[in-house]
Design a protein around this ligand. Structure first.
Ligand code: FES
Length: 121
């Protein structure tokens, strides 16, 4: 393995995330929300709305979007970007599904931790 290869963390079985629902993965840098769509795609975003920090894991999943429970912003699960006219972005993490098992890119989580630590310094 080289340093440029992603490091994947096994998270759970796809079936452990409710269809059109979420599962929260606690992380030292902040919770990560895993979203499962109706077509069984899985996405991961920081569980923090870019508007005022609402828990996206408590939102409603529809298509490949989640609607924040606090003020109903729609967030694109592919990018973490708020849908127009709203502007903002929830941190996105790469997800891989292999034989029904969900893996999360640890590199993204590690970078997030480094960025947050730098911002707090
Ligand atoms: S906190 Fe999510 S829409 Fe306001």
């Amino acid at each position: 393995m080289t340093l440029s290869e992603p490091i994947w963390l096994h998270v759970c079985d796809v079936d452990e995330i409710p269809r059109l629902g979420t599962r929260v993965l606690p992380h030292p840098t902040g919770d990560i929300a895993l979203f499962r769509t109706e077509s069984d795609n899985v996405f991961a975003l920081r569980d923090k709305c870019p508007h005022k920090g609402g828990a996206l894991s408590q939102g409603i999943v529809h298509g490949e979007k989640v609607t924040c429970p606090l003020h109903a912003w729609n967030i694109d699960l592919n990018t973490g970007e708020a849908c127009a006219p709203d502007v903002g972005c929830a941190q996105r993490f790469a997800v891989r599904i292999d034989a029904g098992e969900v893996y999360l890119s640890l590199d993204d989580a590690a970078r997030a931790g480094a960025a947050e630590a730098a911002a707090a310094a």
